[in-house]
Design a protein. Structure first.
Length: 219
């Protein structure tokens, strides 16, 4: 390998960071060596990532103003550790990870980018299916004004997230923690849903079970 080649230098730096963390970083991430542990990288229309997320978001009928890839080393590491553990513990064939949507206000964007989805400042708009953080299958739900209110400039905010849903159960109002899957052991369900037969909404009770992969500003 030609270590003088800038591209190879980036690969070496990425590999050093991966070895230190013990978890491979997404190949799409911008290099963060010697920089802050949290950064937002703006994506543009000619980026494949932008078009992929836009394709899923476009059913909303709203206009994307800005789109960012959230790169948070600590959050990503904790999320990946949880994902690996879930995949090792759940029955083979379980759909453990989903790409879901979460609407929010401008006041919580920086908190989410830095600290992830905490029940202290998210999940306050609806508690019908449990007192956790809510994620929708359909972005049109998260685009509703009560979940993604406009700021003073008319901009609204939503995340496309990686969420660990695993083995789920029916949610209920007042549910503050997930129940055990079986009375004979202490293994808990991984998430709760609004409809056990045809889920539209997943509720997460563990802060490390969701990662804010893409931040979308729209109108």
């Amino acid at each position: 390998m030609d270590v003088g080649n800038p591209r190879n230098k980036v690969r070496i730096q990425r590999r050093e960071m991966e070895l230190e963390m013990g978890i491979p970083l997404p190949i799409s991430w911008t290099n963060m060596t010697n920089g802050p542990n949290v950064t937002s990288v703006e994506l543009f229309q000619n980026d494949e990532e932008y078009q992929r997320v836009l394709n899923d978001f476009s059913v909303c009928g709203h206009t994307v103003i800005h789109m960012y890839r959230v790169q948070n080393l600590n959050l990503y590491q904790r999320y990946e550790l949880s994902r690996n553990e879930m995949e090792n513990n759940n029955p083979q064939g379980t759909l453990n990870e989903r790409h879901l949507w979460h609407g929010t206000s401008v006041n919580t964007v920086e908190k989410i980018n830095r600290n992830g989805f905490s029940r202290n400042y998210t999940g306050k708009n609806a508690t019908y299916h449990g007192e956790g953080v809510y994620f929708a299958i359909d972005p049109r739900y998260s685009a509703r004004s009560q979940y993604s209110p406009a700021d003073s400039s008319g901009y609204r905010y939503m995340y496309r997230c990686k969420v660990l849903t695993g083995v789920y159960t029916q949610g209920a109002q007042g549910m503050r923690a997930l129940p055990a899957r079986d009375a004979s052991n202490d293994v808990l369900f991984d998430s709760a849903v609004d409809d056990i037969d045809a889920p539209n909404m997943f509720v997460i009770f563990h802060d490390d079970f969701a990662y804010p992969e893409y931040q979308i500003i729209f109108q």
